[in-house]
Design a protein around this ligand. Structure first.
Ligand code: 13P
Length: 250
């Protein structure tokens, strides 16, 4: 089954509204008519009301970097799925390693957020990945299995269809150290096998697994063209229109 690649930009905590608008104005013409892959931008919440209208009618989707699992409530500083939908966001990252590392997100929280996104028809991009010590201790497979199992508690095969997974080895994020295509493909196979175990072969064959971690224009082709790798989640190299467009057109 051919899986359409998703090439996604995680802008993290960068850009003002003016900078975000300038990015979109420069980026859209560079990818106009590009239909081979899906393209998505994940800006900070405060940028969504600028970026979403600017991308309207284009081939570029826009989502949040994080949502709360509750639909509304007394959760100071958080963004709800209803707020995201109200401004036109269609996707959300869930469980990015920076959320896990700095904001104590556990597999249980990731699971609750995944249920919320699916309930509201927002495409979830669930991030998993091992830290360096885990890789060096030979624990990569068990860490990935635990994260995938934890994220998918209570998710049925039918509900799972829209889910995208991003494999982001933490040691490769923002370090310039990219996983080799072999390391990435190996991890993706482990993740896909775990999805098959939990939700069956059909879901596993259809689920897109993106690679993230120091993806740049010059290594994108080697990674994304592999059968096991269904796109990329790009941090640093997604901040400039020409660099991100070059990755989209790997
Ligand atoms: P870098 O591409 O900057 O390594 O970031 C990867 C990432 O965390 C994307 O979510």
């Amino acid at each position: 089954m051919a899986r359409k690649a998703l090439i996604a930009a995680n802008w993290k905590m960068y850009k003002t509204p003016a900078e975000a608008k300038a990015f979109v104005d420069a980026f859209l013409p560079l990818v106009a008519g590009h239909a081979r892959d899906e393209i998505a931008l994940f800006p900070s919440p405060v940028l969504l009301p600028t970026v979403i209208p600017a991308c309207k009618g284009s081939n570029v989707a826009v989502g949040a970097q994080n949502i709360h699992f509750a639909e509304e409530g007394a959760y100071t500083g958080e963004t709800s799925i209803l707020q995201l939908k109200a401004v036109g966001g269609t996707h959300t990252l869930i469980g990015h390693s920076e959320r896990r590392q700095y904001f104590a997100e556990t597999d249980e929280i990731v699971n609750k957020k995944l249920h919320t996104a699916l309930k509201h028809g927002v495409v979830p991009v669930v991030c998993v990945g091992e830290v360096l010590e885990e890789r060096e201790a030979g624990k990569t497979a068990s860490v990935l299995k635990t994260q995938v199992t934890g994220a998918f508690v209570g998710i049925t095969p039918v509900a799972a269809k829209p889910i995208v997974i991003a494999y982001e080895p933490v040691w490769a994020i923002g370090t310039g150290k990219t996983a080799t295509p072999e390391i990435a493909a190996d991890a993706h196979s482990i993740i896909r096998a775990e999805v098959a175990k939990l939700l069956g072969a059909d879901v596993a064959l259809g689920v897109r697994i993106l690679y993230g971690g120091s993806v740049k224009p010059d290594n994108a082709t080697a990674l994304i063209s592999l059968e096991e790798i269904d796109g990329a989640l790009v941090g640093g190299a997604s901040l400039k229109p020409d660099s991100f467009a070059a990755i989209v057109k790997y």
